[in-house]
Ligand binder design. Structure first.
Ligand code: HEC
Ligand code: HEC
Length: 248
């Protein structure tokens, strides 16, 4: 009698455990989904969420400092920044300045509130949100954002703390596509080249975003660091090593 009692308790505990594990799985989205969301934030039409828009974004006329035009004005990053801090971050000055806010307080909002805000006529992202892309975008907003202001020195553009030797080890993966010196692919023009080393030094915030989430629509597809299980620390190590690579 006592034995069967214990067996039943065990079965019950196992069942409860499975239910809890299920709830946890439902709450934590997959790294792959967060990564797609990150690439949508970078450039949603290159990530396959519709056609590149032709005119300016409806909110673009609210500002006159950023002279960008057309499709560029529809990239999330163009208004909210690679550091997700908008006017309070790196885009608080320079040619990308718009005065638009950051998105770091998004965690205080529910998923529904975030989706509603994106489909609001001022934002106008109805077609993106009404597909599976909306879920990926919200997963990125809720689980993919990191605070880069404390880990990258704004003046020197260097990681505050990083292990360059470990970064060099991880760079072996990048070297397969970008070459050991990062110069195999030129993202700029033939007479004004831009390599891994250039992006790492000039825009470490963009570098971190792209290494964490991948490059939208790239061929071959660039892997996403969070998909590979890399922590922010791992990515900062790669940044430190990449800043030693040639710029030109
Ligand atoms: C043309 C500029 C612009 C673009 C492009 C843009 N936003 Fe926004 N976003 C804003 C402005 C301005 C606000 C502030 C709310 C308002 O004025 O309507 C905002 C607010 C937000 C907020 C809420 C911030 C908060 O805490 O209140 C989030 C999250 C957000 N945007 C995400 C996105 C995402 C994701 C994309 C890309 C799919 C995007 N935005 C594209 C201008 C833009
Ligand atoms: C499977 C191949 C592949 C791997 C591996 C890879 N990349 Fe890429 N990466 C690409 C492609 C393709 C592009 C887009 C190139 C283009 O636009 O000309 C790209 C773009 C980039 C860009 C952005 C260029 C820009 O300004 O738009 C950076 C920075 C970059 N890679 C760094 C890295 C780093 C660092 C690693 C290792 C963590 C890495 N990549 C691994 C294929 C790869």
């Amino acid at each position: 009698m006592r034995r069967t009692g214990i067996v039943w308790i065990c079965v019950w505990l196992l069942g409860a455990g499975l239910i809890l594990a299920d709830v946890a799985a439902a709450q934590a989205p997959s790294a792959a989904s967060i990564a797609i969301g990150g690439r949508l934030y970078d450039n949603w039409w290159k990530e396959g969420a519709g056609k590149a828009p032709t005119g300016d974004h409806p909110m673009w006329a609210r500002q006159s400092t950023n002279k960008g035009k057309g499709a560029t004005t529809w990239r999330c990053k163009e208004c909210h920044g690679w550091d997700y801090r908008g006017k309070d971050g790196v885009y608080g000055s320079g040619s990308h300045f718009t005065g638009f806010p950051g998105i770091t307080s998004v965690n205080a909002r529910s998923v529904d509130q975030s989706l509603k805000m994106l489909t609001d006529p001022s934002h106008g992202f109805v077609s993106i949100v009404n597909g599976t892309h909306g879920t990926h975008l919200v997963n990125f907003l809720k689980h993919g954002l990191v605070d880069l202001s404390t880990v990258i020195d704004r003046k020197t553009k260097k990681p505050v703390k990083a292990d360059e030797a470990r970064g060099k080890q991880s760079f072996a993966l990048c070297a397969g596509c970008h070459g050991p010196d990062g110069k195999l692919r030129n993202f700029g023009k033939p007479d004004d080249p831009e390599y891994v080393g250039t992006v790492a030094r000039e825009n470490p915030w963009e570098f971190v975003h792209k290494v964490r989430f991948g490059q939208p629509g790239s061929n071959p597809p660039m892997p996403s660091g969070i998909d590979l299980g890399w922590s922010l620390e791992d990515v900062l190590n790669i940044l430190a090593y990449s800043q030693t690579l040639p710029e030109k």
